[in-house]
Design a protein around this ligand. Structure first.
Ligand SMILES: [Zn+2]
Length: 348
């Protein structure tokens, strides 16, 4: 069993935490999850693959195994006509993640997220959303989660509601907001203001995840850091968003006229993918701002997480295979390499 005294808060007191996420995109690319509804049915259909991906991210340096329950909520399962699988998919995702976390001494995180139902003016919907959070949070508690993540909320008020439900369990809450093109939440609060309210609501960690790449998330972080005393989280998507197109949904690709709907999101983002060095640089810059909880969201691969870990001075198991170009036949420096090939390097 995970030693509960070695939970999220005591680990944060020792230094930054790395949390891998973004499994939806990884399984979509691999052909086990459908873009559109983005429901993680792979949890039931191929549990061995979910276990493997968790393994790969821990191997790459993640301190947290986040149960793959993102979009495994009642509204999403209703949408695809599989509401009867709700409890099974949640419990199985938590079991898989818990098993990997315990084996590696990593933290197990439960996960709830944007419901796509929330409407701040509709009290009835509010209670529906609340009960959706309650059922998922309860399963996470029963599975022995060390803490619970509430993520990708573009309504700060929905994030506050999620936080309220998580706090009722007594477990630490990590609550992160999704900031789209406009640098405010959907109700128009600045990220700093929204995070301050989340801290006041009892969140252990507040911050941002998803939607924005490193370049357009970074400028939003300093005001959050100044506004709160608790730990701050930053988990960008690994895509080259920029000032004119600050979210990955807003990216356009003038190089390609083959994309249905002319929108690279979510299945033609490949040419915008950040390399590992960009994620490493982001992690360093975020650390300099005092960000303590780092990760990479939709689109992340294990090589991105390893780069974040190494930027923090760590050598996760995957670092054994970090590049060593000195042994490359044409670009290397090893004395046994053939001069004929080294001379040819400029012509590669
Ligand atoms: Zn994401």
């Amino acid at each position: 069993m995970q030693d509960r005294s070695d939970g999220l808060l005591s680990r944060l007191a020792e230094g930054p935490i790395i949390c891998a996420e973004g499994y939806l995109f990884e399984f979509e690319r691999r052909g086990y999850l459908q873009a559109g509804a983005f429901v993680p049915e792979v949890v039931l259909e191929h549990p061995e693959l979910v276990r493997q991906v968790h393994e790969e991210f821990v191997h790459a340096g993640s301190d947290v195994v986040e149960a793959f329950t993102y979009y495994a909520h009642r509204e999403k399962l209703r949408l695809i006509g599989k509401e009867q699988l709700l409890e099974q998919i949640n419990r199985q995702a938590l079991d898989i993640a818990g098993e990997v976390a315990r084996r590696h001494g990593a933290l197990l995180a439960g996960d709830i997220c944007n419901t796509n139902l929330f409407d701040p003016d509709d009290r009835q919907v509010r209670s529906v959303v609340r009960s959706m959070f309650e059922e998922q949070v309860e399963w996470a508690v029963e599975a022995g989660a060390d803490f619970i993540i509430g993520e990708t909320f573009s309504w700060a008020q929905e994030a506050l509601l999620a936080l309220e439900v998580i706090r009722e369990t007594g477990l630490p809450a990590v609550v992160t907001l999704a900031i789209h093109r406009e640098p405010v939440t959907r109700e128009g609060w600045t990220p700093a203001e929204a995070c301050k309210r989340l801290e006041e609501g009892g969140a252990a960690v507040v911050g941002l995840n998803c939607i924005r790449g490193p370049r357009t998330m970074l400028p939003l972080l300093a005001p959050i850091r100044e506004a709160v005393n608790c730990a701050v989280a930053a988990l960008p998507v690994p895509y080259r968003t920029r000032e004119e197109e600050p979210s990955f949904q807003s990216l356009t690709d003038p190089e390609c006229d083959l994309i249905p709907g002319d929108r690279p999101f979510p299945t033609a983002l490949d040419p915008f993918t950040c390399n590992r060095f960009e994620l490493g640089a982001f992690a360093l810059a975020a650390r300099e701002l005092g960000i303590e909880y780092l990760g990479v969201c939709c689109g992340a691969g294990p090589h991105h997480i390893r780069a974040v870990a190494e930027a923090l001075g760590r050598t996760p198991p995957a670092s054994r295979y970090s590049p060593d170009m000195s042994h490359h036949a044409f670009l290397g420096t090893h004395p046994s390499l053939k001069q004929r090939n080294l001379d040819y390097a400029s012509r590669l």
